[in-house]
Design a protein. Sequence first.
Length: 277
Amino acid sequence: MENNLKVQTSDKFAVQHTASLSLFLYPTSLHIFARDKNQSITAVHSYERVSWKKLEDILSSDSLTKLDIPTKVYLHEELFTLMPGVFFQQGKEKEYLQLAGKLPSSPHFFNTGVDSNNIQLLSCISEKLHLQFTKRFSELKFYHGACSFLSYLFKERFNLIGQEIWVNIHDSQCYLAGFTDQELSVFNQFEVSSKEDVLKYVMILMETLQHDRNHARVTLFGANSTNEITEEWGKNYFTNFRLLRPHANQNYGPGLSLEKSPAIFDRLRINVIGPGQ
């Protein structure tokens, strides 16, 4: 377990001065952000190549998660749905979410409003996983991991052209968003193991939305040496293709910058700009 842990701290980090935590749980990794009373990030603990089955061991042993302080958990759970905020009613989560896939036997539901609550992002986790967190933290809030990417997209809405496809690759999955005339038409998550998989899903979405490959703009986050996605590769298929690294709006403690760890930085900074972080 310890071999999979990478620790980064600010020059003046002291665990007792940590005021809150943000946990980002991906299919095969966990990243823990510590913040001080000024909401500056003072430490990051990153666990790679871990399964959710090992989560309880990490929560009970990591020096940050031993702290009982306000904690926000961002879960990149495959089961989620979006619905208009005006139609959302508390207590009907099971009815809404069971249309998206099979629910765990004892689900714990949670939802997040995005786009000024015009859209509700609804998801759930098993009661077992929920208990693992509640045993550790008395002040706890859950979010689906997609809320940050969606919030970023809605902030960019008025910079969009008529036909837009946005891709955010993380671990072995990617979020895919399609906009038509600055309105979100499709949002989903897919398993991807290669750049060819990414291309396949973008092509399917373009066909679904009747977007023109010579006009639509395709924007992708998460390109790296592992997936071998480059602008040159993308422009073989799309006239208007670009790779972006989103601007981070976080404050860091002295001596700490995720820029020094591109793999972590590229994956996470799209996830530290959303609601309530």
